[in-house]
Design a protein around this ligand. Structure first.
Ligand SMILES: Cc1cc2nc3c(=O)[nH]c(=O)nc-3n(C[C@H](O)[C@H](O)[C@H](O)COP(=O)(O)O)c2cc1C
Length: 284
């Protein structure tokens, strides 16, 4: 595709599908930035100024939160010894532990439990609803930080990798009862060109994600077959990106749907429930 001139061009790049939506809107401003964003995993060594980080954290805290309960915490991991310890968990956290900024967004049901005790109220919501509210609050703060950071030219990458060895992460970060990591984030000035078509991760077609009035996945298979083909044509999954090749072998053509179903064919992080119980959180 030639250089995008309109929002429609950027939507076309995102999905690999033609559209007229946004054809009259120039490819600039916040919508263009969101449509062309991508995760960044390599950063220049330049630091992120403290003042800018403070501003971005204030943006993160401007996110909406369920019932204004604000059940999340953000850990800014700066201590080199703590970063080294996290990096020792393996390659998934090795590069993030060297990022200019490393954050961990946590669900936090501790704060209000403590406040309940301080104010002399019973706490009657150790349940799945509260767990989900806290996780969602943390996720929205994560995304608000990310969009704010990307709007000033920073690059970000989410890190569910902080949950691979969750006990170790919790120990190293001193997470007390009631606090659980949702995702980390590596942040810095991008070392690679910010966007181009090959680097824009193609999304599922809106027809399988956006439903009108009633849920309808009757056209799923056909839509995914076409998506797999479009995605492979633009961004073939090389063997190093293919999941569980020790179990399933490497493929010359590995469609997205093959890769994600391979990924979830083995349990991921089965220790999470036990970890939550240890943190005093009991989704019922
Ligand atoms: C909650 C969350 C956790 C993620 N965890 C990781 C991770 O541990 N390691 C990683 O390399 N990327 C991680 N990512 C980045 C995704 O892989 C990435 O968003 C996805 O492949 C789509 O690519 P894009 O962001 O460039 O469009 C995470 C993203 C999110 C939102």
């Amino acid at each position: 595709m030639t250089e995008p001139r309109t929002i429609a061009d950027l939507i076309e790049r995102r999905f690999g599908l033609p559209t007229t939506a946004g054809a009259g809107m120039p490819a600039e401003g916040p919508l263009a930035r969101i449509l062309s964003r991508r995760s960044q995993r390599t950063f220049k060594p330049d630091p992120v100024p403290d003042e800018l980080l403070t501003v971005l954290l204030a943006c993160a805290q401007s996110a909406p939160a369920k019932s204004d309960l604000q059940q999340y915490s953000i850990i800014v991991v700066q201590d080199p010894a703590i970063r080294r310890e996290l990096g020792r968990q393996g390659k998934h956290l090795d590069w993030p532990s060297k990022a200019p900024v490393l954050l961990v967004f946590c669900g936090d049901v501790r704060r209000i439990r403590r406040l309940a005790a301080i104010r002399g109220h019973a706490y009657a919501n150790d349940n799945t609803d509260t767990f989900m509210n806290a996780a969602v609050d943390a996720a929205i703060a994560f995304e608000t930080f990310l969009l704010a950071a990307e709007s000033v030219g920073l690059g970000c990458c989410g890190l569910s990798a902080v949950r691979f060895q969750i006990e170790n992460t919790a120990k190293v970060l001193g997470l007390p009862e009631g606090v659980f990591p949702v995702a980390g984030m590596a942040v810095g000035w991008p070392a690679e060109p910010e966007t181009d078509e090959k680097r824009t991760s193609m999304r599922l077609p809106p027809e399988v994600v956006v439903h009108r009035d009633r849920y309808d996945d009757s056209k799923l298979e056909a839509a995914i077959t076409a998506y797999d083909a479009r995605r492979h044509a633009r961004q073939p999954l090389t063997p190093e990106k293919q999941r569980h090749i020790d179990t399933y072998g490497a493929l010359d053509c590995c469609p997205w749907s093959e890769n994600v179903t391979r990924q979830l064919s083995l349990p991921e992080r089965p220790a999470f429930r036990t970890f939550l119980a240890k943190q005093g959180i009991h989704p019922d």
